[in-house]
Design a protein around this ligand. Structure first.
Ligand code: URA
Ligand code: CA
Length: 434
């Protein structure tokens, strides 16, 4: 096989065989196919697309470009949850102990990464002592014992995706549904779960802004999962404003505790119950979605979910007393309100800008080596649809520096105030299971 012929084949709109895709991904991983040929090939895919079969073969080839995690020693159906990324998305912190408390095994591999706030691991480290540097054996033992554990990501998963994603980033080929779907799903499949629930975000704060395109992406990912033998469901959820009120690491831990106690923000609670019900259903811990939801609601109202969060923290050397005493979490030195300069109704909150403001405060990493400050962040006081009077606080900044004028302006500018109340976007747009 010659790469130039395969580029031409895709450029002319023809379908690759499995052998051709394996040849390309293996060759790229081993450096026998140069980046300029892969760039041309990615651009051909951008214009010509891929069939469902090709997309599944591509995902499979990426999965096998590196190490895969074997979770077979964990009892039961392991269900993973993945979010395509939003602002102030506290769902993993809530869902891991919540679904574990009703018997769903959650073997969570999580990263730190770049972004508006830290990753799940950074957030958990706001709890004194919490340790994710555990061995694979310890990890498996803990999931079998408590149904939940979190471990840091290994570096050897899906090396072909690392190279390809980096290359796409500089060749204007990120925005291709088969390339995005295979990139995301390869990482999920390599991490070993038997079933996958995807939270695919749509709206101004998501990387997919258009609902029709978001549905296509969700459909493509669900088909990849199902074609490769993992039951997969996708929930399309709104990211036209941040989720919940808290955007920041310790602030989000506190929000997760509130939610596990049944007094969290409505949108975060509803999204967690929806995603969680699908996880429970796929794990076969309830026969219907309605019964799955009831199980989860009971776990929250009885205190079982909160107790499970403590068990999970203690098992990974964290101090469980933080759950009953969240004031022990790191707090920032300055709390500064962002006041409304006029009255009205909140028509929109640009999630991206709120996320960038949180990062500028130090809640997230701008580069891989940036230090993050677990205490800082933003607490929204008003969300879309809320009535605002002049001088009301729109949001509270938690900062460890006194001069945050630029950030105040940024947050104020992210709010659009209208004279009349606006109709709210739905939180859940669609559920895709096939
Ligand atoms: N996230 C990924 O992991 N891959 C993509 O291609 C796009 C978003
Ligand atoms: Ca939040």
């Amino acid at each position: 096989m010659r790469m130039v012929d395969l580029i031409e084949k895709k450029r002319n709109g023809h379908e690759h065989t499995k052998e051709e895709i394996d040849f390309i991904i293996n060759g790229y991983t081993e450096d026998s196919i140069p980046e300029y040929q892969i760039s041309a090939w990615a651009m051909s895919i951008y214009f010509q697309g891929m069939t469902e079969g090709e997309t599944a073969h591509l995902t499979n080839a990426i999965v096998h470009s590196g190490e895969t995690i074997d979770l077979s020693e964990i009892n039961g159906i392991k269900v993973d949850k993945h979010s395509t990324g939003g602002v102030g998305d506290t769902t993993t912190l809530v869902l891991a102990p919540l679904v574990a408390s009703v018997g769903v095994p959650v073997a969570k591999m999580s990263g730190r990464g770049l972004g508006h706030t830290g990753g799940t691991i950074d957030k958990l480290e706001a709890i004194s002592g919490f340790n994710v540097e555990i061995t694979n054996e310890e990890f498996i033992k803990l999931v079998n014992k408590n149904q939940v554990a979190v471990i840091g990501q290994t570096d050897n998963l899906t090396p072909a995706d690392k190279k390809l994603y980096g290359l796409r980033d500089v060749t204007a080929t990120v925005n291709s549904i088969p390339l995005i779907a295979s990139s995301i799903m390869s990482k999920k499949l390599a991490s070993g779960a038997n079933a996958i629930v995807l939270d695919v975000k749509t709206g101004a704060g998501a990387f997919m802004k258009d609902l029709t395109e978001t549905k296509k992406l969700a459909q493509s990912m669900v088909r990849i999962g199902n074609n490769l033998g993992r039951k997969t469901a996708a929930i399309i959820s709104d990211m036209s404003q941040p989720l919940g009120f808290a955007v920041g690491n310790a602030l989000e831990v506190r929000e997760a505790i509130d939610t596990l106690q049944g007094k969290g923000p409505n949108d975060l609670t509803e999204l967690c119950l929806t995603l969680g019900s699908h996880m429970v259903l796929l794990a076969e811990k309830a026969p219907t979605l309605e019964e799955a939801r009831t199980l989860l609601q009971d776990a929250i109202s009885s205190g079982k979910a909160l107790q499970h969060f403590k068990t999970f923290i203690e098992a990974q050397s964290g101090d469980p007393s933080y759950v009953d005493n969240p004031e022990k979490l790191p707090t920032a030195s300055f709390k500064i309100d962002v006041k409304a300069i006029k009255s009205g109704y909140v028509a929109a909150i640009e999630a991206d800008k709120i996320g960038t403001a949180a990062m500028l405060l130090g809640a997230g990493r701008a580069t891989k080596t940036s230090m993050i400050d677990l205490a800082v962040g933003i607490e929204l006081r008003k969300k879309t649809g809320d009535k605002v009077s002049k001088d009301d606080s729109l949001a509270t900044i938690h900062a460890n520096k006194e001069n945050v004028q630029e950030i105040i302006e940024m947050i104020r500018a992210s709010y659009t105030l209208a004279e009349q109340s606006v109709s709210l976007a739905p939180l859940i747009y669609d559920v895709i299971t096939e």
